[in-house]
Design a protein. Sequence first.
Lengths: 332, 305
Amino acid sequence: MIADSVLRVRDLSVEIALPSGTLHAVSNVDLEAMRGETLAIVGESGCGKTMTALAAMRLLPRRARLAAREISLSGTDLRALSDKAFSAIRGNRMSMIFQDPMTSLNPVYPIGDQLEEIHMRHRRAGRRRARERAEYLLDRVGIVNPRARLGQFPHQLSGGLRQRVMIAMALMCDPALIVADEPTTALDVTVQAQVLRLLKDLQAEFNMALILISHDLGVVARIADRIAVMYAGRVVETGSSGQIFGAPTHPYTRGLIDCIPYPGKTARRTRLGSIPGIVPSMIGDSRGCMFRNRCGWAEDRCRTDGNAERRIEEGHSYRCIHPVGHLQGAAS
Amino acid sequence: MGRFFVQRLGVALLVAITVSIIGFALLRVSGDLAADLAGEDATPREVAEIAALYGLDKPLHEQYLDWAANALGGDLGQSLFTNEPVMDLILERVGVTILLSLYSLVLALAIAIPLGVLAAIRANTAVDRAALGVAVFGQAIPNFWFGLILIYLFGVVLRWLPISGSTSFAHFVLPTVALGTAVMPALMRLTRTGMLEVLEADFVRTARAKGLSPGAVFFKHALRNAILPVVSLAAVSLGFLLGGSVIVETVFALNGIGLLAYESILRSDFPVVQSILVFVSLAYIVLTLASDLINARLDPRIRLG
């Protein structure tokens, strides 16, 4: 089967002008999301994951400036669209699920109304059809008694239910792509797994591309087909799930993997790994490898030319002059 | 919703009673009414007679209870100046004041809300600054002076509109513009502030992510959340208009409650002043209650708790 590219982003950069200088939120990011595949974008808070997603959805804050050689959805060049034409695609062919379900629903409208309006906007098939679709999807995302729920307000629903509503909302027009930005971070641990499972199932059932943004490589491991690891605005390593976990190459990826406890595998009383230091300021000069200050292998060259992309095998590449792991046998 | 309403109603009643007591007491201690009525040359005996005639020699709480009992029965007493029943005096004029106040509020809201939304959407641009300019103009200009300018321009020079009286809708246009201009700026600024805050909210981003039109994002999703404080201020503004349009009523010779209050205070016409005070405070109370109910209608979190 030839993979069917849904979202393709090439050389995307997002800059935000601040009084203290230019913030390089996203630098030269390439991404591709395939139909039927889950692409995970992983990295610490503030590394540009959300900005990348918002840039693709054209939802960036007004101050942000975007540059890209390509942003396309199933072959349509999104950069060329007017705002009006873009809004006909948003919520229709591509939709987004946000991190905090407690604040992402409008408190003053019943959830039925908030679901139906998407269908009515993009499908123009009337309220009754929209209502049927909303009821079907609420049922599909595992909400019991969906008809009664349609008339309820967000504050009458638990966090887990609200996130299910957000997922149903994203599915209203049967999109080719769903971007889920930390969809489980704000939820109780017990609910997280259910919601992830649900997303994965729906993705397979509706044959969509799913972009899952997460700071938690452990969460991602369970459902991602491919992974892009971001650090300080750059994709530092990208590969299939197997490649990333089997042969982590960038020191940062390595560090992230060491942070994950494996129930039953991680020996008792061992210290979990941690990465010393914090994400550097992304204001001002963004040349060189941004991870060098926290990296055990850093040397002078990292200051200038740590960003060139190197390829290990088909689909697996990284940006580092000191790859770790299998290439050097320097694991641990 | 029922319980919410009963609670608010109970509070409103308590406020009404309290206001009438305080108003009554303040008016009574503001001067010796019997001495005023008797005139400057009256002897102490004549003053005492007048006090006895109007019941002013009784203890204050008895006077209040007498007044309250009559008022509940619909008898607000008689004007000390014209001897007409106070109820008739008020009913004669209240229509003009209510009409003028409602027109002014509608005009103010019709300008304030779209302008406030626009200023928030285009924050820190020329549009925003122009809206701010309009607000500053409305707030800074004394409304009696603005009224006079309107009379000169549209009444005297252009002769488009009548300048005094209250017999037709046309008579209300100029005073409505004068008063509406005075209450519009605060409403507009509150709309702008509320919108600025709500536009940052996650659910507005959700609305955009759904691909909704800008109109639906701004007016359906954002405005309904930003409008609650504006509703409350609009209610207070209407109360202010009902009780406080003395100057504009004078300028345009509109025979309303404001003018009656002003004249009655000058003449120490105690029963009239007391009744207007209660009327205006009742108006405030009813309006506050109405704004609570409207807000409960707009925001399910208020009515469903």
